[in-house]
Write a protein that binds this ligand. Structure first.
Ligand SMILES: Cc1cc2nc3c(=O)[nH]c(=O)nc-3n(C[C@H](O)[C@H](O)[C@H](O)COP(=O)(O)OP(=O)(O)OC[C@H]3O[C@@H](n4cnc5c(N)ncnc54)[C@H](O)[C@@H]3O)c2cc1C
Length: 452
């Protein structure tokens, strides 16, 4: 039985990595196909001068930029086949990377097309920008889209982003979809590649349909369905001595959410002050007919969780994340947590089967500052898991001055374990480096970041 489970985990880990490679290959293949369609429609046949070459380059960059924009919409859509392959943090990291390249390519496309067409028509760039009535409304729409892209690009530079509260930055960031919506019509109505029906038109229409349906379906329609179907409400709010607060939620048929320990949701509490904010919080207990989160006050939104009242309705997106069973490769598990990073670890410990060989490592300055510690100890006791409390001020590695430890001091054979790490970034990096030194394969080291 155990061997079967082991083989199943290995196969699903391999399948996941094929999915990741497959998705990347699909994006670049689609970009190449788009350019092939451009060439097939005579996109290079007129090239005689350097200006013609720059014009053709501008068109090609526009096509690649649009494919990357479609891909970044898919990555941000929370569509399950992307989430399961990459994990939410992996998808968001790629979304950020591809999104930036897409915006830059589309802006270069705009600059090249405008300046070279202005040269062809013998007028200034400003005159070219206002000559949209000669082409049609869709060119004005494309220019409005470009303005949205510039605003998003500028506010995404970390120097600017850090100065803006997260919610405001996110609201501005959503302009990228407005920009994309305004840019799409000119792709079908101007230029020769995707205008006249046929294979190129269908290829382009299919890609845009998949991107928009995924985005709207999983960011708008599905959360609305969950809201109506499950009627999630706050059942109780429990403060803890370390300053964190647990919020228990109840609703109808919560098992149909198919949430797993280690996962998180994006929560919106419909109470005054919190209605306008959405926050990611991991489940801090194994999901069943109730869901529970535990929140440490770190800013306005998380601080307000302590004053949420029972009966408050809750909007959510999820479950999200692949921290836990979906990424297991080994029979033994080491769960390492610090601070509020204990939340997914506590849920994973609760749902561990009696056959699982589990070791839990909790890092804190003192017992009093460790959230949910008593619950962790009880669960470890009930499941026969090894528990190691590493207390005291910071040392040189991830452990403390008082107890300088490495993973090899705690687990006999780290290379035969999956190591799940959740805690502050610098600390988690140190545990990850220690796990790698101890011989744990990269595919068996899993980190949940409480930020992206
Ligand atoms: C996957 C994941 C799971 C998490 N689980 C927990 C948990 O179980 N318990 C817990 O206490 N904390 C958890 N966090 C951290 C928690 O989401 C942030 O501390 C909280 O959103 C901060 O909001 P704030 O208004 O209190 O602070 P702010 O000062 O407004 O925000 C501080 C920072 O938090 C991040 N943040 C805020 N809102 C969001 C958002 N909607 N999406 C992404 N990042 C955001 C931003 O980087 C922001 O700069 C988790 C974070 C992630 C990404």
């Amino acid at each position: 039985m155990a061997t079967l489970l082991h083989a199943k985990r290995r196969v699903s880990a391999a399948r996941r990595s094929w999915w990741v490679d497959g998705l990347e290959a699909l994006v670049w293949l689609s970009a190449a196909t788009g350019i092939a369609f451009m060439i097939a429609s005579g996109g290079l046949s007129y090239v005689e001068t350097p200006a013609d070459g720059a014009y053709a380059l501008g068109r090609a960059l526009g096509i690649v930029g649009a494919i990357l924009a479609m891909a970044q919409m898919l990555l941000a859509s929370r569509v399950p086949w992307v989430e399961r392959a990459l994990g939410h943090d992996g998808a968001i990291a790629r979304h950020t990377r591809l999104g930036t390249v897409a915006l830059v390519l589309m802006l270069i496309h705009l600059v090249l097309m405008t300046t070279i067409t202005a040269g062809y028509d013998g007028r200034s760039v400003a005159a070219q920008l206002t000559a949209w009535p000669e082409y049609g409304w869709f060119m004005l729409a494309a220019q409005v889209g470009a303005v949205a892209f510039i605003v998003v690009l500028v506010t995404s530079f970390s120097a600017v982003r850090m100065r803006i509260p997260y919610e405001r930055w996110h609201a501005v960031h959503l302009l990228v979809y407005v920009g994309v919506a305004f840019a799409v019509p000119h792709q079908f109505l101007e230029g020769s590649t995707f205008r006249d029906g046929g294979a190129a038109w269908w290829f382009w229409a299919l890609w845009w349909t998949v991107a928009w349906v995924s985005l709207l379906g999983y960011r708008v329609v599905r959360p609305l369905v969950l809201f109506i179907r499950h009627g999630l409400v706050v059942e109780s709010v429990t403060p803890h001595v370390d300053g964190s607060t647990s919020v228990t939620l109840s609703g109808r048929n919560l098992e149909r959410l198919r949430a797993q320990s280690g996962q998180f949701f994006l929560w919106r509490f419909l109470s005054p002050g919190l209605r306008g904010q959405q926050h990611p919080f991991s489940l801090s207990a194994a999901p069943g007919d109730r869901l529970r989160i535990t929140v440490k006050p770190s800013g306005d939104g998380s601080r307000a969780m302590a004053s949420v009242t029972p009966g408050t309705r809750v909007w959510c997106e999820g479950p999200l994340g692949i921290f836990g069973e979906p990424t297991r490769t080994q029979d033994s598990v080491v769960l390492v947590a610090a601070g509020i990073g204990i939340t997914p670890v506590r849920a994973l410990l609760e749902s561990a089967s009696p056959d699982d060989d589990v070791t839990v490592v909790v890092r804190a300055r003192s017992r009093e500052e460790a959230p949910l510690l008593e619950e962790i100890e009880e669960l470890a006791d009930a499941r026969g898991a090894d528990i190691h409390l590493v207390l005291g001020p910071r040392g040189t590695g991830w452990s403390s001055i008082d107890q300088p430890l490495t993973l090899t001091d705690i687990v006999a054979n780290p290379s035969a374990c999956d190591v799940y790490i959740c805690g502050p970034r610098e600390w988690a990096e140190s545990v990850q480096a220690d796990a790698a030194r101890a011989g744990v394969a990269p595919s068996s080291i899993h980190r949940e970041e409480f930020g992206w």
